[in-house]
Design a protein around this ligand. Structure first.
Ligand code: PGA
Length: 248
């Protein structure tokens, strides 16, 4: 059985007190669940978020990392730093990083290598733009993103990566992919993974992201190949995030 995961992505939101309240709200309301809950927080929150969830099954994720081990990269944060502060996961390749910071599949591949070498689980984001979907190139684009970002990994490494399919046109727009559209792409991604992993592709958690809200999570999560969600806007409200977690 593959893991069901609901991961929040706070992006660049919240001040210290707001963040602490949110961690507390999630912790107090999560209860007994077999869904893996992850909080994807900005760098300055990692330490407090890790202390805040201590003793619970909730994990903390960073939203980015640098691909080099260490050195003269002013303003950057290394994977070893993340690890030493207790982050267990790291989001990589988010479409906002691709769009605003020019991240390429090649760079993302390097970041994933660095994360796996340090034992941090990458949450690899991929997804097509509106223009790519409208011109019916979405499967081709996804195939390229999966193949180039995930190339060169051994089976046992590849198996550890969490995939988040996030169609760019659905992120922060309020337009969600229909459960059928999402399922179709998740199945396609799993088939691509199976070219390397064979049967073990069934063990990889593939999350859907893009305007997941309490009112659509249940239907999305009931699809065969959707193993959870990467939640942006709705993860900033403890009640909404909790409702999403509990919609499995
Ligand atoms: P959204 O963001 O839920 O606000 O659409 C999802 C994401 O960017 O991870």
């Amino acid at each position: 059985m593959r893991k069901k995961i609901v991961a929040g992505n706070w992006k660049m939101n919240l001040t210290k007190n707001e963040g602490l309240l949110l961690v507390e709200g999630v912790l107090n309301g999560v209860g007994d669940t077999d869904t893996k809950v992850i909080l994807g927080v900005p760098f300055p929150f990692i330490s407090d978020a890790v202390s805040g969830v201590d003793g619970s099954a909730i994990s903390v994720a960073a939203q980015n990392c640098h691909q080099e081990e260490k050195g003269a990269f002013t303003g950057e944060v290394s994977v070893e730093m993340l690890k030493s502060f207790g982050a267990e996961y790291c989001i990589v390749g988010h479409s906002e990083r691709r769009q605003y910071f020019g991240e390429t599949d090649e760079l993302i591949n390097q970041k994933i290598q660095r994360l796996l070498a340090s034992g941090i689980i990458p949450i690899y984001c991929c997804g097509e733009s509106l223009e790519e979907r409208e011109s019916e190139r979405h499967f081709k684009v996804m195939e390229e993103q999966i193949q180039s970002a995930l190339q060169g990994f051994q089976k046992d490494e590849l198996k550890k990566i969490v995939i988040a399919y996030e169609p760019v046109w659905a992120i922060g727009t309020g337009v969600t992919a229909t459960p059928e559209q999402a399922q179709e792409m998740h199945k396609f991604i799993r088939e691509k993974l199976a070219q390397v992993l064979v049967d073990e592709a069934e063990e990889v958690s593939i999350l859907y992201g893009g305007s997941v809200k309490p009112n659509n999570a249940k239907e999305l999560f009931s699809q065969k190949d959707i193993d959870g969600g990467l939640i942006g806007g709705a993860s900033l409200s403890a009640p909404d995030f909790l409702e999403i977690i509990h919609s499995f």
